[in-house]
Design a protein around this ligand. Structure first.
Ligand code: ADP
Ligand code: MG
Ligand code: MG
Length: 906
């Protein structure tokens, strides 16, 4: 642990680091350095690297403090020099106060703790009071520091069912004096609080609050490292797929004060609208406040721009006179500082070429930037910003595509409220449209309840006064979030946008308690239904119907760009003409998997299948199958017609036959009556179909090879439908797929049947259609012998669900018992049924592709497992040279984008 540079300084227009060093300095540290380098005023300070966090976890506190002590002391000296103040002064000079901030590689908003005003004690507070001439500010900062330090570093927090002990003292004092807001506190009150807070620490932590600033500093640095492993940080990382090895950096920085009176302020702003993507600078501020006041949502902040302020007033029903008097914009209150801020945000966006999320503080008329980062955004904003920035010449096409998080497009494909249903819906409140989208569900008032209800399969709306990082689990579980307080930059708003959840904050007239919410004189209890429109900020009573989204505007433009930059195309898994049409609208070019058995469950068809199953001999089976032929032909006709001109892969019957027979006595009696046989015969048949391991049993091509008449019927239905379409001028392209092949012979036998039937149909109809015969690759042995199979098969379609099941030996139907635990314990990184296991199963896929292509260069290869719509798996499919991926209709745009990204990254 010797010698290495572990501390990077910034401030005074220079910096040791820069924005490319996020891995080492964390996002916040790297950007603080970069802002310094491009001449934007940041309070001086230094960053302790993420490597030190890893060392901390390995070697413990004492060893790490020893290693970095010298470098930290030197960096504190440099900070003193730049800021003209002294840390722990003994000569009466102005005290340097510090903030200690966490900052990982990926932003984790509010996940880890910040300590502000560090360096305060009974001595320094006096000097600050005297030299600043603002005793109220000095003692207010002091009591905030003790509170934060007690909370973050010393672990003094509310016990189960109690209020936070610091807040109890504050509330009591305010109640006794009849104050409404904190700023009414006098210097004497603040001094009383300081003593009260110290006593709280003594009582709860068993030790005194540390008065030596160096002790405070080391305590805080270690607390930031410790916070990397808190439950909420771990949960957030798991949800966002952030590896725990990354660690957090610690940023130590000179404090600047937004709470030094009316020429001071603090705020959060965005260079574009994070909810809609509109190219409009926006944000919120508070006069005479510290940054935490904005973020926590305790005081509702005001709009920075006049445009934003006017829009707010309109939504809120506030008159222009009232707005100007009581809710003015920063632009109106501090015009020249607003100008400076506006120029700075523009400069930062131009520099980073992406939407910036910034924190700033104005101290007695001077602007300081505290943070900048690429802002989190909704799916809609992500799309609009990329298209706008492309048109503005800020970024190029490839960057516009790479900027998309494919999974986030999901939000745009989600249902929106049905406009007709909205007309009659009862509006109960209106708040800030903090995160767009539509949500309907039952109200719950705690994160725990949200989790519990969601686990029971219910849709819930989490309703809180305001949210904090402790609510995270509940927010994930909820469909939407509604809060009584907080602005557009409150915790609830920022986190909800990141999650793509609909959120309304500061809902007018809403009062939330632990067990209910009241609005407009009506009390809503846990379990009552409400609906949220996060795009307009309107809250409705009861359920409101939703409808499906469409692909248009910027979204369509982006898809065109994806189309231009891709090699693979995307098909869809669809069993009905309607699904096929929906997928085509989303850009699907063909069907990768049409499951014929799904068609058998519709209406009366099941009876023909059951008749076939019960039949004693070949003649009986053929008789029953003859009834199914016209029905299947009609199905295939519809699907081939909907996908006219594109390939349609139709899989022959796959599931074991017992899936079509009833297990309960009553249904067996019904079956016997309906088919005119003895119920004992039905029972005996059901019993004979029983298998110990149906997944590995009599299914797939094993059915077609033992009952060739089933394959004959299905092949005939497909080819007849195709011929009928062709006769009408359509261009059908059927691809007949044999499932569950393990050996070449299994395939060959099926292929011979299909080709013979096709030839017969062509002769009968007097016309021919092009068709392919290929196979699903889903058994490991098929991968190993893919060269032999490809001598006969014209295409491969990877059925990665079964391939994963058989490759891992995990039963898909039973894996729910252990997979979640495996993931929690880190045995597996992802559920392999959702994210293709590239390391293991991927090898099988790759080998099969290579062997298959070697035997038949024209072999057409695609994937039809669930993985076909999962971005990292799509990238893998591109890499191994597949021609297409296939996924469910609503994931088609996601897969198209992921395919384009794969081609660009190549
Ligand atoms: P997070 O990562 O949760 O956003 P930050 O490190 O940004 O946490 O700190 C939280 C808040 O503390 C910020 O919003 C900012 O207003 C305030 N803060 C942090 N550092 C300073 C500083 N040097 N001077 C004044 N306020 C600060
Ligand atoms: Mg911050
Ligand atoms: Mg299968």
């Amino acid at each position: 642990m010797e010698g290495k540079k572990r501390v990077y300084k910034f401030g005074g227009k220079t910096a040791d680091g820069n924005s490319t060093m996020k891995n080492l300095l964390g996002g916040k540290g790297a950007n603080l350095a970069e802002m310094g380098l491009i001449g934007i005023p940041v309070p001086a300070g230094f960053t302790i690297t993420t490597e030190v966090c890893t060392e901390y976890n390995l070697y413990g506190k004492d060893a790490v403090v020893q290693t970095i002590k010298e470098q930290v002391e030197e960096a504190v000296k440099a900070t003193e020099l730049t800021m003209g103040a002294k840390f722990n002064p003994t000569d009466g000079s102005f005290p340097l106060l510090l903030s200690v901030r966490s900052g990982a590689r990926a932003s984790m908003p509010g996940m880890m703790n910040t300590v502000l005003n560090l360096g305060m004690n009974d001595e320094t507070v006096k000097i600050i009071a005297e030299k600043s001439g603002n005793a109220k500010f000095a003692y207010d900062s002091y009591r905030r520091f003790i509170h934060m330090y007690g909370d973050v570093v010393m672990g003094v927090e509310a016990e189960e069912g109690h209020h936070n002990p610091f807040e109890v003292i504050l509330d009591e004092l305010k109640a006794a004096k009849g104050y409404k807001i904190d700023t009414e506190l006098t210097v004497e009150d603040l001094k009383t609080l300081v003593e009260g807070y110290k006593a709280v620490i003594r009582e709860h932590a068993g030790v005194d609050f540390p008065t030596n600033p160096w002790d405070q500093l080391w305590g805080s640095v270690c607390a930031v490292f410790d916070s990397w492993n808190t439950e909420r940080a771990i949960l957030y990382r798991r949800m966002e797929n952030i590896p725990s090895e990354w660690g957090t950096a610690v940023n130590v920085q000179a404090m600047v004060y937004g709470n030094m009176g009316d020429s001071s302020a603090t705020g959060v702003c965005f260079s574009r609208d994070a909810a809609t993507g509109e190219d409009q600078f926006n944000g919120e501020y508070l006069i005479n406040a510290q940054g935490e006041d904005v973020v926590s949502g305790v005081r509702t902040p005001l709009e920075i721009t006049t445009i934003g302020s006017k829009r707010w007033a309109e939504r809120n029903g506030t008159s222009e006179g009232d707005r100007v008097k009581n809710f003015p914009s920063l632009e109106e209150v501090m015009p020249s500082l607003y100008q400076e801020l506006n120029v700075t945000q523009q400069k930062l966006e131009d520099h980073y070429k992406d939407m910036q999320d910034m924190e700033f503080t104005i101290q007695e008329g001077k602007l300081w930037m505290l943070q900048t980062r690429n802002g989190k955004r909704t799916g809609a904003a992500m799309v609009k910003m990329a298209v706008d920035m492309l048109e503005q010449g800020l970024i190029d096409e490839k960057t516009a595509i790479l900027r998309q998080e494919p999974n986030k497009l999901d939000e745009l494909l989600h249902p929106v409220f049905d406009q007709d249903a909205l007309v009659s819906a009862k509006e109960i409140s209106k708040g800030l449209p903090a995160s767009p989208g539509a949500a309907t569900g039952q109200v719950v008032f705690s994160a725990d309840a949200a989790e519990k209800w969601a686990a029971d399969g219910k849709k819930v709306i989490l309703v809180r006064r305001e949210t904090s990082p402790e609510d995270l689990k509940g927010m994930y579980a909820a469909e939407g979030i509604l809060t009584e307080r907080g602005g557009m930059t409150s915790h609830a708003a920022v986190v909800a946008r990141g999650m793509g959840k609909c959120c309304i904050s500061s809902a007018a007239g809403l009062v939330v308690s632990k067990t209910s919410m009241t609005v407009g004189g009506v009390v809503y209890k846990e379990g009552d239904f409400i609906s949220l429109n996060g795009t307009t900020g309107i809250v409705y009573e009861g359920k409101v119907d939703t409808m499906t989204a469409t692909l248009d505007g910027d979204f369509a433009k982006l898809m065109e760009l994806a189309e231009k930059n891709t090699r693979m195309y995307v098909r869809t898994n669809a069993d009905t003409p309607d699904d096929a049409k929906a997928a085509r609208e989303f850009g699907a070019k063909g069907i990768g998997l049409c499951r014929t058995e799904h068609m058998f469950f519709e209406g009366d068809r099941i009876w023909a299948i059951r008749e076939m199953i019960l039949a004693e001999d070949l003649a009986g089976r053929k008789n029953a199958l003859a009834k199914l032929l016209p029905i299947q032909r009609e199905d295939f006709y519809g699907i081939l017609e909907a996908m006219d001109g594109f390939g349609v892969t139709i899989r022959l019957l796959d599931p074991p036959l017992h899936e079509f027979t009833p297990n309960d006595a009553a249904s067996q009696v019904e079956m016997a009556e309906r088919l005119g046989v003895d119920v004992e015969l039905v029972k005996a048949k059901v019993e004979s179909l029983h298998e110990f391991n149906p997944m590995l049993g009599h299914r797939g091509c094993r059915l077609g090879n033992t009952y060739p008449e089933i394959t004959e019927m299905q092949a005939r239905a497909i080819i007849e439908a195709a011929c009928d379409l062709k006769a009408k001028g359509f261009n059908p392209k059927p691809e007949i797929m044999v499932p569950l092949i393990g050996t070449m012979q299994e395939f060959k036998m099926q292929e011979d049947i299909i080709r013979e039937v096709a030839a017969a149909v062509f002769a009968e109809k007097g016309l021919e259609v092009d068709y392919l015969v290929g196979t699903m690759i889903e058994i490991p042995r098929a991968c190993l012998t893919a060269d032999k199979i490809a001598e006969h098969a014209e295409f491969f379609s990877f059925g990665t669900n079964d391939l994963t099941q058989m490759g891992f030996g995990y039963s898909r139907d039973d894996a729910g018992k252990f997979l979640p635990i495996y993931i929690e314990k880190g045995i597996l990184k992802h559920d392999p049924f959702q994210v293709l296991d590239q390391e293991g199963i991927g090898q099988l896929v790759e080998m099969a592709c290579e062997k298959g292509k070697a035997a038949r260069p024209s072999l057409k290869i695609g994937i039809c497992g669930e993985h076909g719509g999962e971005p990292s798996s799509v990238e893998f499919c591109h890499r191994v040279g597949m021609e297409y991926v296939s996924c469910s209709p609503f994931r088609v745009p996601i897969a198209r984008l992921a395919a384009a990204q794969a081609a660009i990254r190549e």
